[in-house]
Design a protein around this ligand. Structure first.
Ligand code: TTP
Length: 361
């Protein structure tokens, strides 16, 4: 399959919009997020703030400790949504095969696009230039023959970068690629791979899919394929979504309800981030929690007709945990949608669910 895929990802998206609207912020370490005196969390920050160690999902109070001059502004989702629409309009000039992953990120299949004289690289350059002009923010792009490689490429020269990995260079590129650059390989999976003596894709290739399956479950054979640059996933224009959820596998099992409840806030922050990308008239039906115990058994519990709130999830979690007196390896929270939305979902997050942060089955 000789596809031409572009992965576009805006640079420090929310922060970039805020800097565009208030250029004085450009010179400052800037974060977008909740206030430190309200136990807020950083959604994103500009690259100057990153040089102090500030990161997405960090408590704002921690970020302020790392960078006392950090300026924190509240998110303005309406503005980011509007910018996202403009980005989409730009993509549409080049192809209709667009798969958004979030407000600021999308895959484009330009295999048959008549633009750029057949050059995906030229299209990517043009998209980047057009978005600077129309939106006043920069977008990094990666070009390759699979979604997997295009996404790695867009990150390679961030911010404001373009990276092209032609099909005949994929193999060479992958050989030295550290395994933690594979999407879905988080800290825990990376540590396990490293313990097995696997640091690069070249080393990953020396294992069999069966061997990897023993340690990483379904993700094992997938890791093997990715290490060979095999990723047949097409760019999917739209999908029916019935639920939105987020989950986390913990590097060490949680013991007792207190430890589990303590995880709810950050899970809910992630969930909210995904809910923010839904159309504003999306309606929720049920709230649910998912618990995977140390014996790998999974239970889910949901409640009808509720809006997702901390109290609802707390109660669901207490009831779900009570089902087995075992330590907990994974927790998830989510909502079912009232009608299946044909929406621009996070297909890649579903293929690599957040549980694969640790890559465990
Ligand atoms: P990302 O594309 O992950 O990151 P980014 O655009 O801020 O920065 P980068 O240059 O590294 O790509 O996220 C897109 C937006 O989603 C981000 O601007 C803010 C929001 N977001 C959150 O609200 N919480 C999070 O934990 C993350 C990672 C992002």
């Amino acid at each position: 399959m000789n596809r031409k895929i572009i992965h576009c990802d805006a640079d420090c998206f929310y922060a970039a919009i805020e800097m565009r609207d208030n250029p004085a912020l450009r010179e400052l370490p800037l974060a977008v997020g909740g206030r430190s005196d309200r136990r807020g969390v950083i959604a994103t920050c500009n690259y100057l703030a990153r040089s102090f160690g500030v990161r997405s999902a960090m408590a704002t109070a921690t970020a302020k400790r790392l960078c006392p001059d950090l300026r924190v502004v509240a998110p303005d989702m309406a503005k980011y949504r509007a910018a996202s629409v403009t980005m989409r309009e730009t993509f549409l000039k080049f192809t209709e095969l667009i798969e958004p992953l979030s407000l600021d990120e999308a895959y484009l299949d330009v295999t048959d696009s008549p633009f750029g004289g057949g050059s995906a690289t030229k299209i990517a350059q043009q998209i980047r230039a057009d978005i600077v002009e129309s939106l006043g923010i920069t977008v990094s792009a990666g070009v390759s023959n699979t979604k997997f490689m295009a996404k790695i490429a867009s990150d390679w020269n961030k911010p404001n970068g373009l990276c092209v990995i032609p099909p005949d260079q994929v193999d060479q590129f992958l050989l030295s690629l550290p395994v933690n650059k594979i999407h879905g390989v988080g800290k825990v999976t990376a540590a396990k791979l490293n313990q097995m003596g696997i640091h690069t894709c070249a080393e990953l290739r020396l294992r069999t899919p069966e061997e990897l399956q023993i340690t990483f479950g379904k993700f094992g054979p997938r890791l093997f394929e990715l290490a060979h640059g095999i990723d047949p996933r097409p760019v999917t224009v739209s999908r029916q979504r019935k639920s939105i959820s987020t989950e986390n596998t913990f590097s060490s099992d949680l013991i007792g309800i207190e430890q589990c409840l303590a995880q709810l806030e950050s899970l809910m922050t992630n969930l909210q981030r995904r809910l923010d990308t839904l159309p504003s008239d999306a309606k929720y039906k049920n709230a649910f929690v998912k618990v995977k115990f140390s014996d790998f058994s999974t239970t889910t519990l949901e409640r009808a007709g509720t809006t997702p709130s901390l109290v609802v999830f707390q109660q669901l979690l207490i009831d779900a945990i009570a089902r087995k007196p075992l330590p907990v390896r994974l927790l998830g929270v989510g909502v079912r949608l009232h009608t299946a939305l044909s929406c621009d979902g996070d297909s890649q997050l579903e293929l690599f669910p957040e549980s694969t942060i640790s890559g465990l089955p």
